[in-house]
Design a protein around this ligand. Structure first.
Ligand SMILES: [Zn+2]
Length: 272
């Protein structure tokens, strides 16, 4: 594909990087990322992937925009309150970069539809922008079974964490966190609060992981969990090992079909 003059100008700060160049920008434009949850994490992830020119962005979310989302979900505006989040996100991305095709899935992601959504455009990289343990484990299990890379992340209060799973290279989310906690054991952002910028910090790092993956770069967060504490301004990188006894990615998996663990505590928790 030949770049237009407008594209050469738009992506000039990428193209000048020797690690990206015209070929790398082409890889980004051929990239297909699926963002599950258009909330605090998914909003900045979608916006940076769109700005970077990632060619296809799938956005899955069942919610509508609520006024209490706007403190952190920067892809939505005051005028979007009441709109489906997927529609609001699509409008923001379309206004930012017409090179990007946005595919929306206005539905709650569950065991029955996640494989169809991932396979719909044969997405290359999945971003977990949910705040709901059952769905986080579901995304992990689906990505392991479908051999899809994904970036896990979570935020609450002043804390954030992320890790990247690449099939065949290092641990999955379940190697580190075996099972979902019992319903109600861990507070949601709605119950515990979250500093608005946490989604920006961690969701942007998820976008960086996707971009590096599309570019074929090394140095992804495979085999480590990166944590960020805004109160102390500290990042920590905790090594993680693949576990041969892991029930989904180990050598003798006991989980071989997708299941819904428990219903979300509330629809608001899906994409905080
Ligand atoms: Zn595993």
């Amino acid at each position: 594909m030949n770049f237009t003059d407008e594209q050469l100008e738009r992506y000039s700060r990428h193209i000048i990087l020797k690690e990206v160049g015209v070929k790398g920008q082409q890889k980004l434009m051929n990239g297909k990322a699926l963002i599950i949850g258009a909330g605090g994490l998914g909003a900045p992830a979608a916006m940076y992937l769109a700005a970077a020119g990632v060619g296809t962005l799938g956005i899955a979310d069942a919610d509508t925009v609520d006024l209490s989302n706007l403190q952190r979900q920067i892809i939505h505006s005051t005028a979007d309150v009441g709109k489906p989040k997927t529609q609001s996100a699509k409008e923001t991305v379309n206004a930012m970069n017409s090179d990007v095709e946005v595919v929306t899935y206005q539905e709650l992601v569950n065991a029955a539809n996640i494989a169809d959504i991932i396979n719909d455009k044969n997405y290359d990289f999945i971003i977990d922008g949910t705040d709901n343990f059952p769905v986080k484990f579901l995304i992990n299990d689906a990505c392991v079974m479908l051999k899809k890379p994904f970036a896990h992340a979570g935020i609450i209060r002043f804390q954030g964490q992320l890790m990247t799973y690449i099939p065949g290279k290092g641990p999955c989310y379940r190697c580190a966190f075996r099972n979902p906690p019992p319903a109600g054991a861990v507070p949601t952002c709605r119950q515990a609060g979250v500093l608005g910028v946490m989604g920006g910090v961690i969701g942007t790092l998820q976008a960086a992981e996707a971009i590096k993956y599309f570019l074929g770069m090394d140095g992804l967060l495979t085999g480590s969990l990166l944590t960020y504490n805004a109160l102390t301004a500290e990042f920590r990188k905790i090594p993680l090992k693949a576990d041969d006894l892991c029930p989904v990615c180990g050598s003798t998996p006991s989980i071989t079909a997708l299941v819904d663990y428990e219903p979300p505590a509330c629809a608001d928790c899906v994409s905080n």
